[in-house]
Design a binder for this molecule. Sequence first.
Ligand SMILES: NC(=O)c1ccc[n+]([C@@H]2O[C@H](COP(=O)([O-])OP(=O)(O)OC[C@H]3O[C@@H](n4cnc5c(N)ncnc54)[C@H](O)[C@@H]3O)[C@@H](O)[C@H]2O)c1
Ligand SMILES: O=c1ccn([C@@H]2O[C@H](COP(=O)(O)OP(=O)(O)O[C@H]3O[C@H](CO)[C@H](O)[C@H](O)[C@H]3O)[C@@H](O)[C@H]2O)c(=O)[nH]1
Length: 322
Amino acid sequence: MKLLVTGGAGYVGSVCAARLVESGHEVVVLDDLSTGHADAVPDGVRLIAENIDDVIGSVLAEGFDGVLHFAAKSLVGESQQDPAKYWQGNVVTSLRLLDAMREHGTPRLVFSSTAATYGEPDQVPIVETAPTRPTNTYGATKLAIDHAITGYATSHGLAAVSLRYFNVAGAYGRFGERHATETHLIPIVLQVASGKREKVAIYGDDYPTEDGTGVRDYIHVVDLADAHLKALAHATGGEHRIYNLGIGVGFSVRQVIDACREVTGHPIPAEVSPRRSGDPAVLVASAERARTELGWKAERVDLTGIVRDAWEFTQARSRQEV
Ligand SMILES: NC(=O)c1ccc[n+]([C@@H]2O[C@H](COP(=O)([O-])OP(=O)(O)OC[C@H]3O[C@@H](n4cnc5c(N)ncnc54)[C@H](O)[C@@H]3O)[C@@H](O)[C@H]2O)c1
Ligand SMILES: O=c1ccn([C@@H]2O[C@H](COP(=O)(O)OP(=O)(O)O[C@H]3O[C@H](CO)[C@H](O)[C@H](O)[C@H]3O)[C@@H](O)[C@H]2O)c(=O)[nH]1
């Protein structure tokens, strides 16, 4: 298929673009490089370094079989301080994309949704039928986009799949996580191991969890990429399907830090700090629907393996920066 990958110079988008190319698809990346990097685009892939808002109509006029829409603003804290940036940059931009797809007859969409659409869950593991009550603007904008997609599927025949990622981690060779503003736990802990930070803050140790720290479901970015391939294959005209993607097992902040100590051999000083506002105690996915309907299951479920891939990527980047 000829596919447009928005946000393909970012973390998840670059890994997915690489896997799509390896699977024989023709890929074009549209990314304004606001949080991405031109050198993260896989070799041989055309990069259109523009904002979706400015060029989406003319790009889709070329003719595509589908769009994988990763481009977004995705910093939870920033979304609370500057909601307009998120309603504009996520919702308005995605509506422009949907309209352009309709106008040019682009038949398929795979959208990067998030566990943040659920907010604080009543029950874990979280199933797709759980209530959606986002606790921050980032999650609210992603949920709004999911609702819009449902409308375009029902009324205009779009074949759409929303993938609700839990905590994405790991790397794929030279493709990995390198955000200028890093808020995610594993890259932050690995920055301590590589000497870029002195210590890691543990945001709260008084949660109702086994060791008191927050529990998350860490999914390897390569497993996530493979789910996108399956989603593309299963997308059906007129339907909007929604799938949670995680491994179905949670790890606490302390367990993650311990895994990073084991992999890096670094003592990684950690200090308990106040809770981060809006952080739920436990977020774990039920990926049962993805298993039964897409035939997808996470394969890389060992936390130290996930951390090791991220660490190899971090070390390779550090060597390049010297
Ligand atoms: N990383 C996670 O743990 C996680 C979890 C759940 C959902 N998600 C979602 O997955 C997607 C990818 O996340 P990521 O961590 O790779 O983020 P990222 O910031 O690394 O990638 C996003 C990319 O989109 C580009 N972009 C943003 N707005 C654009 C626009 N208007 N036009 C063109 N390009 C634009 C950025 O330059 C960047 O390269 C996002 O939609 C995010 O909300 C990520
Ligand atoms: O320096 C840090 C960073 C994080 N944490 C803790 O580590 C866990 C994971 O935090 P991340 O910031 O890595 O990830 P989140 O669970 O906050 O966010 C993830 O899930 C969200 C949905 O809730 C969004 O989808 C978001 O994009 C995605 O990265 C949380 O318990 C957090 O409190 C720390 O203790 N110290």
